[in-house]
Design a binder for this molecule. Sequence first.
Ligand code: ZN
Ligand code: ZN
Length: 144
Amino acid sequence: MAIDKARLIEVVQNAGKSLTLQRCLIIETLAASKLPMSAYKLRDQINITQQNLNISTVYRVLDFWIGLGLIHKIESANRFMVCSDEHRHQFHVIQTCTQCENVRESCELASQITMQISHEFRALENQVIEIQGTCSDCQVNTDS
Ligand SMILES: [Zn+2]
Ligand SMILES: [Zn+2]
């Protein structure tokens, strides 16, 4: 997935922060990965070609992006992914395949939950809702 740099800059500036080299490096490396990555794998990937990032820096930068809703933590797998929903819904709904570890972020489900939730209950921003199951590719493989 290619990352929209203009949008990144906009979100970071709206939050009153700046886009540092490390922040850029981490979100771009994660965006280039097909599957969600652990913090350690992300660090190793970056350190092949770049500066020596230590793991606490990686976690700190991940937390920065998680706070802005541009990176999500997949709790069940302890891995990280770049948000693929450009509509900035209040919620992020992620379907994770327990067999191939593939993830799919559903903009459709996120907007439905946002519409359905009661106005009496004011939900926090940027919550990740994770749904575990089997993706369509893996369903085909087990059926045959
Ligand atoms: Zn998202
Ligand atoms: Zn799968």
